[in-house]
Ligand binder design. Structure first.
Ligand SMILES: *Cc1c(COP(=O)(O)O)cnc(C)c1O
Length: 459
């Protein structure tokens, strides 16, 4: 009998892993779109608490996890590392497949790993209310879960189209005490201006971000919170990989491939960066391939350019050096709402540039096919985002079968799909188109971006 679950309460990490000091070259700093000069970290304290800003630029390899945060993590962590024996059997592959299941958290994804830490530091520094934006609602519900536990208020600006079409996650947020506003809202100057021009505006992530930031900077004791992309967010997520390293030891195994889906890069970085650390420190027993999976509809790592771009669609944030499709990227209506970001985390982008991380893109039809197969074999209905990783894992396992190689594959099942059943219904009814973002669109965006960067002396 092979062991199925690798679980032991003592596995809960005491510190997060910070990849910054271990990167192959220093991370290019965020720069100001007004001056073209690096942003002073103190400027970020207008919207983030001091400790989060300190972590964002810290060169310490490990940062202790506060006991109060570990205590909340204990509600669902350590998460199980599961050997997917039924999937292996169905694929008739000699590969051994393992997955880290982050869907067991109360909000159903990996996102509370950072939401809890961020809520805690804000509470500690006397902040009373947080603001954020959310598209499909994964991030909003994770932050509502966390702010509720630390007695903070939360205002979530939820893109109107999602608010109307996907009510369940808004209900979750309200259960955990958050105020959820359909964005554009009449609460902010930005929202009122948009509504004045077009009362029927369906909203966008860009508008919602603008509203959340405006709300935070115009109110006392109010800060803003972000659920992916930034260094501190990916660092908080490393509890996933740090646990997985110990759990692979319990399984007496070690991965050849570490696979995860990428929206902004946080669940992928959370699993993969601790394995990168082992390789960097010369402690990995064998070579590990880190494989990042994205949709062909939003292919920043496979089709984007490595260049300074705005973090948001509205052009309000500092410029980040990253793989990007251009901030004017209009996300196609695919079902993996969490994977529709125009860029990718700066740390992940740097690793991709050095070819330390490989990237592959899949269309949503092949992804849902894989998701359906996984649900039929392992029983768990995956989030459409996580299903991108599953598609890649099945391809790797089939390649191992063809070559008759005993490869070991580890992937992140970043969330369950029980609040995404409408997407599965569309798939079953053959209503999902296989989108591919056109390369010409990227070229157009890049020309505009480069013209802008030239005006501030950047290239
Ligand atoms: C938000 C989300 C993602 C994508 O975000 P990353 O920051 O790239 O991890 C992936 N999976 C699930 C379940 C999500 O909720």
């Amino acid at each position: 009998m092979t062991k199925k679950y690798m679980l032991d309460e003592s596995l809960l990490p005491r510190q997060w892993y910070n990849i910054l000091p271990d990167l192959p070259e220093p991370l290019p700093p965020p720069i100001s779109p007004a001056t073209g000069k690096p942003v002073n970290p103190e400027e970020l304290e207008a919207i983030f608490p001091k400790e989060i800003v300190r972590q964002e630029v810290s060169q310490e390899k490990f940062i202790p996890i506060p006991e109060e945060v570990r205590d909340v993590y204990r509600i669902w962590r350590p998460t199980p590392l599961i050997r997917a024996t039924r999937l292996e059997k169905a694929l008739k592959t000699p590969a051994r497949i393992y997955f880290k299941f982050e869907g067991v958290s109360p909000p159903g994804s990996h996102k509370p790993n950072t939401a809890v830490a961020q809520a805690y530091y804000n509470m500690r520094e006397g902040v009373e209310r947080l603001t954020t934006e959310t598209g499909a609602g994964q991030w909003g519900s994770a932050l509502a879960f966390a702010t509720n536990l630390f007695n903070l208020k939360l205002t979530v600006y939820m893109v109107k189209a999602s608010y109307l079409q996907k009510p369940y996650r808004a209900i979750l947020m309200k259960i955990w005490g958050a105020e959820v506003l359909s964005s554009p809202s009449d609460r902010t100057k930005t929202g009122r201006e948009v509504l004045a021009k077009d009362p029927e505006n369906p909203g966008s992530l860009g508008i919602a971000i603008s509203e959340a930031i405006e709300d935070a900077v115009t109110h006392e004791n109010t800060k803003y919170s972000l659920g992916s992309v930034l260094n501190h967010v990916l660092m908080h997520q490393t509890v996933i990989g740090l646990e997985a390293i110990e759990q692979m030891k319990l399984a007496d195994d070690f991965p050849d491939y570490v696979v995860g889906c990428v929206g902004g890069g946080s669940n992928f970085g959370g699993l993969a960066y601790p394995f990168y650390m082992l390789v960097h420190d010369g402690k990995a027993p064998k070579k590990v391939s880190l494989v990042a999976i994205e949709p062909t509809a939003a292919p920043s790592l496979t089709k984007g350019e490595y260049i300074y771009d705005f973090g948001d669609t509205a052009g309000l944030t500092p410029l980040l050096k990253m793989y990007t499709l251009g901030h004017d990227f209009i996300p196609p209506p695919i079902h993996a709402g969490g994977l529709r970001y125009h860029g990718a985390a700066p740390t992940l982008s740097l690793l991709r540039k050095h070819d330390i991380v490989k990237s592959v893109a899949y269309d949503q039809v092949s992804v849902f096919q894989a998701a359906d197969f996984f649900a039929k074999t392992e029983g768990i209905v995956p989030a459409p985002e996580s299903a991108h990783a599953i598609k890649a894992v099945i391809d790797l396992a089939m390649e191992a079968r063809q070559k008759n190689e005993e490869k070991v594959i580890l992937f992140n099942l970043s969330g369950h799909g029980l609040l995404d059943l409408a997407a599965y219904a569309d798939y079953h009814q053959g209503k999902l188109p296989a989108y591919e973002y056109p390369a010409e669109k990227v070229q157009e965006s890049m020309q505009k971006l480069k013209a802008f960067l030239a005006t501030i002396g950047q290239s």
